[in-house]
Write a protein that binds this ligand. Structure first.
Ligand code: BES
Ligand code: MN
Ligand code: ZN
Length: 459
């Protein structure tokens, strides 16, 4: 059992009651005058995140009221997990999907990144009935989300390509499966020129991490992750403020590791392949230059118009390799463009696909999981903006318009015909504390995709 929950309800258990305004009024009707007075004097009206702590005559905390506002925002349970004093809390007025979201938010809110700085342990525990059938699912999601956040939050000095390999090795140890890595100059021999080119200037050798798991007879799902352990921008160097957060540029890799964790711990009938292009986009005497032309694994030549558009380069060889097996589903995850962040803000994942059914289902799963994404178009006419005078394609458009779309169109060139492909251009971080997650590494679109996989490939 995760230690933010308990199955034990002792006699000192504290009621945790979540209300919107009408629910609060209904509840108050049946309460005695003391409680009515306390609630009134605290000014508690069930606004989002508002809390009221109610004590009995002996001074013991017996009830916590929390407001969900008009929008019935169950994520307030996340803030509760961090703010409530030690004790066992019983969420008493929940039902069905409400309990899943309340329990989930509590678990998400309970995360702390403590590897480099001690922090106060969180001692509030939420009671989960032993009969709660979704616990296995909840635990898989939370374990994976914590793993994703830890990987992203770990700074680049401790999270280089070899550390990503280790994270994948840990999965293999826990669940079985096979890891193969192609490292450094071997990338040239094995024909992964883009990964080598982008990563060669770093002291930490670039690599392709290739993980396989599952029964040969099951449908193949391949996950591809952008593992840029630090993105300085290369020679087209980023500004100081642009560079500051770039330890998170392996967020896509963290996401595919998290998804693999969920798939394997739930035992989904999937033949899984995970490909991670792991590099540092560094500056050195042998760094690749603006203007360089790379002949990719697929054979397409790419003119590098900006070395800061490194993610699409290293993903292109991985997508090309993934496509040779014609998987049933091919998904890639990447902190690919600032443009997706300008368009959608930090929380909404940018989502591209060639498959309308898949898009519709992903939107449904996103709503259901409160894990938001929005489909952007693979608008064909913009492909011309990537035409190069000296190569088959440029890695960036020179105007800069539609940056998330043109990045996705670039990737599409390397995806095999007829493959159901989804591309997730994500932030992978919170820029401020929210109820369910602190500032720092965050899983985006992970729960929506996990739910989709569970529905399409039920265990
Ligand atoms: N990793 C960045 C994109 C990014 C920036 C994601 C900020 C999330 C937050 C990516 O490698 C990059 O630098 N993209 C450039 C592309 C440009 C040179 C066409 C960008 O978005 O500015
Ligand atoms: Mn970049
Ligand atoms: Zn990048």
């Amino acid at each position: 059992m995760l230690n933010c929950y308990t199955h034990q309800k002792n006699q000192n258990a504290i009621s945790l009651l979540a209300f919107n305004r009408p629910q609060l009024n209904d509840w108050l009707v049946s309460q005695d005058q003391t409680i009515k007075n306390m609630v009134a004097s605290l000014g508690f009206v069930a606004d989002v995140g508002q809390t009221a702590l109610l004590f009995d005559k002996e001074g013991s905390l017996t009830k916590v009221l929390v407001g969900m506002g008009d929008e019935n925002d169950l994520s307030v349970f996340g803030t509760m997990a961090r703010q409530l004093p030690e004790g066992v809390y019983v969420a008493e007025n929940l039902s069905g999907t409400d309990s899943y979201h309340a329990y989930l938010s509590w678990g998400l809110g309970n995360y702390q990144f403590t590897a480099y700085k001690k922090s106060k342990p969180l001692l509030a525990k939420l009671y989960l009935p032993e009969s709660y059938a979704q616990y296995g699912y909840l635990k898989a999601i939370l374990d994976a989300t914590y793993l994703v956040r830890d990987l992203i939050n770990t700074p680049a000095n401790d999270m280089m390509p070899s550390d990503l390999t280790e994270a994948v090795m840990n999965l293999a140890e826990k669940f079985g499966g096979k890891v193969e890595t192609t490292i450094g100059d071997d990338l040239l021999a094995a024909n992964y020129p883009t990964i080598h080119t982008v990563g060669r200037a770093s002291h930490h050798a670039p690599r392709l991490i290739d993980f396989r798991w599952g029964n040969e007879a099951h449908p193949k799902v391949t996950l591809v992750g952008k593992g840029v352990c630090f993105d300085s921008g290369g020679l087209d160097l980023k500004t100081a403020s642009g560079m500051l957060g770039m330890k998170k540029d392996m967020g896509g890799a963290a996401h595919v590791i998290g998804l693999a964790y969920i798939i394997m711990s739930l035992g989904l009938p999937i033949r899984l392949r995970v490909l991670i292009s792991a590099v540092e986009n560094a500056v050195s005497g042998n760094a690749y230059h603006p203007g360089d032309i790379i002949v990719t694994r697929k054979g397409l030549s790419v003119e590098v118009t900006n070395t800061d558009a490194e993610g699409r380069l290293i993903l292109s060889d991985a997508l090309c390799e993934a496509s040779t097996e014609h998987p049933e589903l091919l998904l890639d995850f990447a902190t690919l463009t600032g443009a997706a962040r300008v368009g959608l803000g930090t929380d909404l994942g940018g989502f591209f696909t060639t498959d309308d059914d898949f898009a519709q289902k992903m939107h449904e799963m996103s709503e259901r999981e409160h894990d938001y994404l929005w489909r952007l178009p693979l608008h064909k006419p913009y492909r011309r903006d990537l035409d190069s005078k000296v190569a088959d394609i440029m890695n960036t458009v020179l105007t800069g318009y539609g940056g998330a779309i043109t990045a996705a169109l670039f990737l599409k060139e390397f995806v095999g015909e007829g493959i159901c492909w989804g591309h997730f251009d994500i932030m992978a971080a919170n820029v401020k504390n929210t109820s369910t997650g602190l500032e720092g590494g965050e899983a985006h679109t992970l729960r929506a995709v996990a739910r989709y996989l569970c529905e399409r490939f039920p265990a």
